[in-house]
Design a protein around this ligand. Structure first.
Ligand code: HEM
Length: 904
């Protein structure tokens, strides 16, 4: 076809002209030039567009006037054409895990509803209750999802309940909703066995675990079973009989691509060029198709005239097959359910534990409720767990897995509020506007939830005001409300109750107090949910044994890092039971190991100085922590040279009293540690040491004031029982020093007990000789009393658990103003620790041959030592006629030979 012909005409220089009909018909009717037509068409289009705009503007104006609308405030863009600045700021906030705060601040600045430019399209952001209710409920038909979801998801999901509107959505909803209603009951059975497995995997000894990955696995298993009839079986390693890892990798890759398509918006088609994404989608489709074939085959095998036997569990695919056997439709519905189901329940319940770990008070209150009911956990019985439900609700209020949602306005709509300078006038949302409603912001709106809106306080659910009920939409509201809502709530409550029954305590192990967002399909905690659990009474006996036995071992053990439960199961060494990786990083100044070494070695050096300058009482008081060890030995022996005077004063010549006066102390010293050790692990070294030292001083005063032998013996016993420094001294060293330094520090502390037997009888002898035996006890009481005053001033808590508990208390106080938790924790733990620590030494003594043999040997050595100590004075006094003070000097030989091995 010739497009132009030379027209007969005006002259050779004239350009040929082409007629529009000629173009169409190919005939030679050239009359009007092309560019003239193009120009006319352009002008026509512009004019039409202009007139449409004018008509539209007039209509908008009319609606505004009719409803008294005012414009909402507008985001101050740097780029007013495409609004890229807001897009970049949003992406930055998402990357930083602070998008919620970011939007909350914007609402603070612009009001609860404001407009912005989103890639050249008008967007409305709102957290306003009335507006959100209008979008979801009262004007729901004007706000659709398909334009926002379909382009990004169709290639992977097909058309289904999640990404479509109209008949396609209605049909999907009508089929699936009743299945969810029935499944909420049967799915608890699916869950039970898996929760059993999960609970068994959790260590009960305070090892840190991250609950999030394993809860995700658990729910992936239940949701694949519920949707397709085959569980991915990812919770237990090696259980899956198909390549679950590969399947999951394909799912993740496919979803990642969907995310990318959402981000690309109108350029989503570019993502389709990515072959690996298409391959991942194909693999997921193949997996689902194979289950569809299985379900269709199964349904064909059912006799036509007989209804299907009621299945003990509901499988969505099997139920859908009863309605249609259109394979593409089935796949689309399954995937449309799989997408919102993926991870959301796991994140929801993980967030519940996130809160409970930070609010121990709530955990204990929950336990009170749960332990009141010991029957089987059924759908019915869960209904009675009121407080458990409150906890789940409250957690979903503060941390709903999907905190915001998008709708596209497809018809002009007036929203009740957000316009004008006060933000109280109605606003007009024009069709085509993208509406982002941030319901997570509404969930913490103080005008709705009160001043404590940010606090986790399940009690508020006891009595919810009507607008609070309306403002709670973690599952959305209106016709598109999550069809799985009830099922999910039951599952969350079930898991929570099972955990609360199983574990006595939950401890936060995440150094980050606040929730840092990680946006995937839903919003989860970037740091995971790192917690530690303490088991019930029986378990805690085990755990307390671990605490005491591993006191030194733990601090030398390699640092343990947070692991998923699966890793714990594979790598856990039962001996490495204490997780000391609790401080905020290795440099945390509250960790005694990081205290200035000057301070730490001053404590130890003062012990050494005590040895050298023993006779100066001021040196005794310098001896922080360890001087008592010295005083203890000093006090034990000091009364030995005084024994004859004591017998004399109490008018008895029974030599047995000499032995009793010395050894009763040791009896006390044997019993005291049974209480002091566990108490120091519950309340910290500081409190126990102070209390014991004060008791020690009082007992020494009582000894000095004794009016008969019985009284003296009784207070000597109590004196012995109160020597906390000897029991806790090595622990304090262990708290403060790393392994390399510990040996030196320990050797120094041993000087005290060795110097004691050397010097005490000398001092005791001369004291008795000079001013009487009672002064032995006065001197001890004064020295330890003065020391204790100094000790109160300088000594700080060294026990990590107590330091961390104090931090936790401060936090709890800050968070909800209540401080019951630590006390409740301690009561039960104290009882179990006491019991365990009393039984354990007996068990170890009789059941371990090594300990038994060594104990017998030590008993003999100690026996000989005490025979010597108690008879030496008498021997030198009677046989060699030494003075009282002089007989004490005879102990020097013993001390000299004890010192040599320690020094070397
Ligand atoms: C804690 C867990 C869950 C939360 C918080 C949640 C929340 C939501 C929300 C907010 C929506 C509304 C989306 C919208 O308005 O566009 C929704 C929709 C949906 N959810 Fe859930 N969901 C959860 C678990 C599940 C599970 C486990 C399933 C399936 C097994 C599921 C299936 C669906 C479906 C099919 C829709 C689309 C409903 C419709 O558009 O009509 N959800 N969900």
């Amino acid at each position: 076809m010739r497009r132009t012909d030379v027209a007969p005409g005006p002259g050779p220089n004239k350009k040929p002209m082409t007629c529009i009909t000629g173009i169409i018909t190919g005939q030679n009717q050239t009359m009007v030039p092309y560019h003239g037509i193009a120009l006319s068409a352009f002008i026509l289009l512009v004019t039409i567009h202009f007139f449409r705009k004018v008509i539209r503007a007039r209509k908008v104006q009319q609606i505004r006037q009719q409803h008294g609308c005012a414009k909402p405030r507008h985001y101050q863009h740097k780029d007013p054409i495409l609004g890229i600045d807001l897009f970049i700021a949003t992406i930055q906030a998402i990357t930083n895990g602070t998008s919620f705060k970011f939007f909350h601040n914007l609402f603070g600045k612009y009001g609860k509803s404001f407009e912005a430019n989103s890639w050249g399209t008008k967007a409305l952001y709102t957290m306003d209750l009335d507006n959100i209710r209008a979008i979801l409920v009262t004007s729901k038909e004007k706000f659709v999802v398909e334009p926002a979801r379909m382009p990004a998801t169709e290639a992977f999901l097909g058309r289904g309940i999640f990404n479509s509107d109209g008949p396609s959505w209605e049909q999907g909803r009508a089929i699936t909703k009743p299945i969810f209603a029935r499944a909420q009951i049967s799915n608890l059975d699916l869950l039970e066995a898996r929760v059993d497995v999960l609970i068994k995997m959790i260590p009960r000894d305070r090892t840190t675990v991250d609950l999030l990955p394993d809860l995700k696995r658990l729910f992936l298993d239940t949701s694949t079973e519920f949707l397709f009839g085959q569980s991915a079986d990812t919770l237990e390693k090696g259980k899956s009989n198909f390549d679950a890892e590969k399947f999951l990798a394909s799912v993740d890759r496919a979803l990642q691509g969907v995310g990318m398509r959402v981000a690309l918006g109108r350029f989503a088609f570019l993502q389709g060029l990515d072959k690996s994404w298409r391959q991942a989608c194909d693999e997921v489709h193949a997996f689902i198709d194979q289950h569809i074939e299985r379900a269709i085959k199964d349904s064909a095998m059912l006799p036509m005239d007989k209804p299907a036997v009621a299945s003990p569990r509901y499988i969505l695919l099997d139920e859908l097959v009863k309605v249609t056997q259109d394979r593409l439709y089935l796949r689309a519905q399954l995937l449309n359910n799989f997408l919102p189901a993926r991870d959301s329940t796991a994140i929801a319940i993980a967030n519940v534990f996130f809160h409970l770990a930070r609010y121990p008070r709530v955990w204990h209150q929950l336990r009170d409720e749960v332990l009141n009911y010991d029957g089987a956990l059924t759908f019915e019985s869960l209904k009675h767990m009121k407080y458990a439900k409150f906890v789940v609700n409250e957690s979903l209020r503060l941390l709903a897995p999907s905190g915001r949602n998008i709708r596209i306005c497809n018809e002009d709509c007036v929203l009740p509020t957000g316009g004008g300078p006060t933000g109280n006038q109605p606003i007009l949302v024009e069709r085509g506007t993208e509406v982002q409603f941030i319901f997570r912001s509404m969930h913490v709106d103080r005008s709705i939830w009160g001043a404590d809106a940010d606090n986790f306080r399940p009690e508020r659910w006891e009595k919810l005001e009507p607008n609070q009920q309306r403002a709670y939409v973690p599952f959305s509201a209106g016709p598109r409300i999550c069809p799985a809502q009830q099922m999910v709530l039951n599952e969350c409550t079930y898991i929570l109750v099972r955990f609360v029954r199983e574990f006595k305590e939950i401890i936060n192990r995440d150094p980050e107090e606040t929730f840092i967002e990680q946006h995937k399909l839903q919003m989860e905690s970037r740091n995971g949910v790192k917690v530690a659990f303490i088991g019930t009474l029986m378990d805690s006996q085990e755990s307390s044994r671990s605490v005491t036995e591993s006191l030194y071992m733990a601090s030398t053990a390699p640092e343990k890092h947070t692991t998923s439960l699966q890793e714990v199961m594979q790598t856990r060494d039962p001996e490495e039971v204490l997780d000391y990786n609790d401080f905020e990083g290795p440099e945390d100044p509250s960790n005694p190991i990081n205290w200035p070494s000057k301070y730490k070695w001053t404590i130890v050096a003062s012990i050494n100085a005590n040895v050298c300058l023993f006779l100066f009482p001021c040196v005794w008081v310098m001896n922080v922590g360890k001087v008592n060890a010295l005083n203890r030995t000093f006090a034990t022996i000091m009364c030995t040279p005084a024994a004859p005077e004591i017998l004399n004063e109490f008018k008895t010549d029974n030599q047995l009293y000499v032995v009793i006066l010395v050894s009763i102390w040791e009896a006390g010293e044997g019993i005291g540690p049974l209480f002091l050790g566990p108490l120091s692990e519950l309340h910290g070294r500081l409190l126990v040491l102070h209390t014991a030292n004060i008791v020690f001083v009082l007992c020494s005063v009582s000894c000095a004031l004794s009016i008969n032998m019985g009284m003296l013996i009784a207070f000597r016993f109590l004196n012995g029982a109160a020597v906390a420094a000897v029991v806790l001294g090595p622990s304090i060293i262990g708290d403060m020093f790393v392994q390399d330094q510990r040996g030196g520090a320990m050797a120094i502390t041993l000087f005290g007990p060795i110097i004691g037997p050397i010097v005490a009888p000398i001092v005791g002898g001369y004291l008795t000789q000079a001013i009487g035996w009672r002064w032995n006890f006065w001197v001890i009481a004064i020295a330890t009393g003065v020391f204790e005053l100094f000790f109160i001033l300088v000594f700080r808590e060294t026990y990590k658990a107590a330091i961390l508990k104090k931090k936790e208390r401060t936090r709890t106080k800050y968070n909800d103003g209540l401080m019951h938790a630590p006390e409740i924790k301690n009561k039960a733990l104290a009882a179990s620790l006491m019991k365990a620590s009393m039984i354990r030494p007996m068990r170890m003594l009789f059941l371990s041959p090594v300990i038994l043999v060594l104990s017998i040997y030590m008993a003999l050595v100690y026996g000989y030592l005490y025979v010597v100590l108690t008879t030496m004075t008498e021997v030198f006094d009677t046989n060699y006629h030494f003075s009282r003070g002089g007989s004490g000097l005879a102990f020097l030989g013993l001390g000299k030979f004890s010192l040599i091995p320690t020094a070397t």
